[in-house]
Design a binder for this molecule. Structure first.
Ligand code: UDP
Ligand code: MG
Length: 301
């Protein structure tokens, strides 16, 4: 069975339509698996109803709202033993469901990971487009590999799913983790639509904290920046010291200026350097405590 794993948070306005559209395009070996992420509206009652009406629909109800990434993880973890492959997609069907059969075809042709990639962002506001672009750029600069314009619409084969689920971390940023597992990868392109109904469950506040999470769970570069800054400041301090002493010699200073200036620059630089060195160790500790798997075997002869 191939399972569509769909996290839902207060999605009562869209679920019936989503199910109708999905049921129309999937074939006999595909199932729909809803994860109710602690909704406060009638989402769960609706999922129960859909489960009665459609043989392909089943669901999972989480005890409280844990957020999109964790809800998706929960769904994938619960369904993994039965799933030959999973496809994760949002409940609002902003992602083109016509891509689903193409993803499955790629999977049948040997792909383990199929990324759904947005071709354009016409339906997103200018603000969302720019912040997203800035984010992908920053993320790449910081060394976390993400697939540009890919969110959480993807297919994972059973072995790719097992690999993903073996990551022990709690700070989830799936679109950063998935590229790390490797295996055979495909991309499918589509245009993203407007939300069918209801409103976005991702206000700017959540987006920002998600982006921060992404960067800090994949990169210790911010810490290294402090170290670099420390070096730069110490170098500048050397220059300032020479310059201040020369000024002092020529008597072009007021009393106390030379010693004060030298102390400020030298102590400042030393402090930054010291914090940077401590940061290097913290970065190492951070990498270790994540206990990430070292490798996955793809084939063996
Ligand atoms: N979602 C969730 N838990 C949350 C927030 C969102 O399960 O706390 C789900 C939501 O129901 C939807 C998906 O995550 O299926 C993406 O949310 P949304 O479409 O609101 O985000 P946007 O497309 O605006 O970024
Ligand atoms: Mg959406």
């Amino acid at each position: 069975m191939i399972y569509l794993v769909i996290p839902c948070f207060n999605e009562q306005e869209v679920l019936a339509e989503t199910t109708r559209q999905l049921a129309a395009i999937i074939d006999a070996d595909t199932r729909i698996f809803y994860v109710d992420d602690g909704s406060r509206d009638d989402t769960w009652a609706l999922i129960q109803q859909l489960h009665r009406d459609f043989p392909q629909v089943s669901g999972l109800r989480l005890a409280h709202n844990v957020g999109h990434q964790q809800a998706l993880w929960a769904g994938m973890e619960v369904i993994a033993p039965e799933a030959e492959a999973i496809i994760s997609i949002d409940a609002d069907l902003q992602d083109d469901i016509a891509v689903i059969p193409r993803m499955i075809a790629d999977y049948r042709n040997g792909a383990d990971v199929v990324y759904g990639v947005r071709r354009e962002r016409k339906t997103d506001s200018l603000f969302k487009r720019w912040t997203a672009l800035a984010f992908y750029r920053l993320m790449t600069a910081m060394g976390g590999g993400t697939v540009y314009n890919h969110a959480d619409f993807r297919l994972l084969s059973h072995r790719a799913l097992e690999a993903l689920l073996s990551y022990p971390e709690r700070n989830l940023f799936l679109r950063g983790l998935v590229p790390m597992i490797g295996f055979r990868v495909e991309h499918e392109y589509y245009d993203r639509k407007e939300r069918q109904a209801g409103e976005s469950k991702y206000p700017f506040r959540k987006m920002l904290s998600f982006a921060l999470d992404g960067i800090t769970s994949f990169s210790v570069k911010p810490l290294r920046c402090i170290l670099l800054l420390g070096f730069v400041f110490l170098l500048v301090a050397l220059g300032v010291i020479v310059w201040a002493l020369v000024q002092h010699r020529h008597g072009q200073t007021i009393q106390g200026w030379t010693s004060l200036l030298i102390s400020v620059w030298f102590v400042g630089g030393s402090l930054l350097l010291a914090i940077g060195i401590a940061g290097e160790y913290i970065g190492k500790i951070y990498k270790e405590v994540k206990r990430r798997p070292r490798y996955f075997v793809m084939e063996r002869l």
